[in-house]
Design a protein around this ligand. Structure first.
Ligand code: KIV
Ligand code: ZN
Length: 385
């Protein structure tokens, strides 16, 4: 089984979600929970971006020792210096420097020629390496870059001292097939590639961030970058919990695993949702309120006979106490009986039939039938209303 390092960027790219602003205490609390979850690297922020971010990154670097802590820097000495000041007390100082490599970013955003981009990247990595034992270099917009150019710049930044090479799909444009080809091409065409770990970082603009991350892992990525609940710029980043659980449940397919303590997933998701104010949709995979809820009679009956009929993930795996039978108009007699017996019903089969009929009438008019509703129906049938 290959070990995949999890690089969590909830506190950096995740915090770039519109409307999210975490204060010092909130960032520290999330960082401690990420450490409990067992992520390999926490990207704690962007130290040069503000005094507040600098203080948070510094405090996290001084406090968290079970995960590596890193911070983002543009390819300029002032950002690298700020990152060093913030991170020098961490267990293993690590920096994340980036520069765009796609034609559109080089021409219009950076206004640099490809040769200038290579020179700037190499100089920034050398400058960072003089301070940091671990230097991660990212080719921003890698998925829209030309592959021979990417291969050339990666070879040079590895020679300059980069130990991790990250290839972001910055605008969420790529597909699983294309990203697989990119990772395979670079593995085969960068002569010194075995001196670095390849990393994948995907955005969700077309809803493919998790699939793209998994395809990159299948084609050589040894590190995956993601955020809790998939929060991040625009449509967000690849969701940590979905990648981790997919690798776990489909070990047979991916032959790769993370070192995460999966039962901390639900707690981590709830904390991030509470502190960022970003509500988790109820149908969200793994951590949504309905992820382990069954409403239809056919499903409820199957699950009550054998959970594996409709549950591929056990709720306990991710720290959820149990599955949930929701009583609604699609529910059947099996789950209904279990529920009323749990609520104390011990009447006759005839009374049960009466309550079930009344329940079905009610469920046609009401989305959720509550325990109070059931008590009322039970009382009516057994005491005579
Ligand atoms: O999406 C992106 O390209 C990034 C880089 C800064 C790594 O977040
Ligand atoms: Zn990003």
């Amino acid at each position: 089984m290959r070990k995949i390092n999890v690089f969590d960027t909830t506190l950096r790219d995740g915090e770039q979600s519109a409307g999210v602003n975490l204060n010092f205490e909130e960032k520290l609390e999330i960082a401690k929970q990420l450490e409990r979850l067992g992520v390999d690297v926490i990207e704690a922020g962007f130290p040069a971006s503000s005094q507040g971010d600098f203080r948070s990154v510094q405090a996290i670097a001084q406090t968290v020792k079970g995960s590596s802590v890193t911070g983002l820097a543009r390819s300029v000495t002032k950002d690298i210096d700020a990152a060093w000041e913030a991170l020098k007390d961490s267990a293993e100082p690590r920096i994340h420097v980036f520069l765009a490599t796609s034609p559109i970013h080089m021409t219009y955003k950076l206004r640099m020629t490809p040769d200038e981009v290579v020179r700037t990247a190499v100089e920034s990595v050398k400058y960072a390496k003089a301070k940091f034992p671990q230097v991660q270099w990212s080719a921003e917009d890698a998925s829209r870059s030309e592959l021979p150019f990417l291969a050339k710049i990666i070879e040079e930044v590895i020679n300059a001292g980069a130990t991790v090479i990250n290839l972001p799909d910055t605008v969420g444009y790529t597909t699983p097939h294309e990203i697989g080809n990119m990772f395979r091409y670079l593995t085969e065409n960068v002569p010194n590639i075995d001196r670095a770990i390849l990393s994948t970082h995907n955005h969700d603009d077309l809803g493919m961030a998790v699939s793209n991350s998994l395809a990159a892992i299948q084609n050589g990525a040894g590190q995956v970058e993601c955020t809790v609940n998939g929060i991040g710029e625009r449509a967000g980043n690849a969701s940590l919990e979905e990648i981790a659980v997919a690798l776990n449940i489909r070990k047979d397919h991916y032959q790769a695993e993370t070192g995460l303590t999966l039962k901390e997933i639900k707690r981590t998701s709830s904390l991030v949702s509470k502190l960022t104010g970003m509500v988790v949709p109820s149908n969200k995979a793994v951590v949504g309120a309905n992820a382990f809820a069954h409403e239809s009679g056919i499903h409820q009956d199957g699950v009550l006979k054998n959970k594996e009929t409709y549950e591929i993930i056990t709720p306990e795996l991710v720290g959820v106490s149990s599955n949930r039978m929701v009583l609604g108009k699609h529910s059947g007699r099996h789950a209904f009986k279990e529920k009323v017996v749990e609520l104390g019903f011990n009447g006759t089969d005839e009374q049960l039939q009466t309550i079930f009929t009344a329940f079905k009438d009610l469920a046609d008019k009401k989305k959720d039938v509550t325990e109070d509703d059931l008590f009322a129906l039970m009382t009516e049938a057994t005491v005579g209303g």
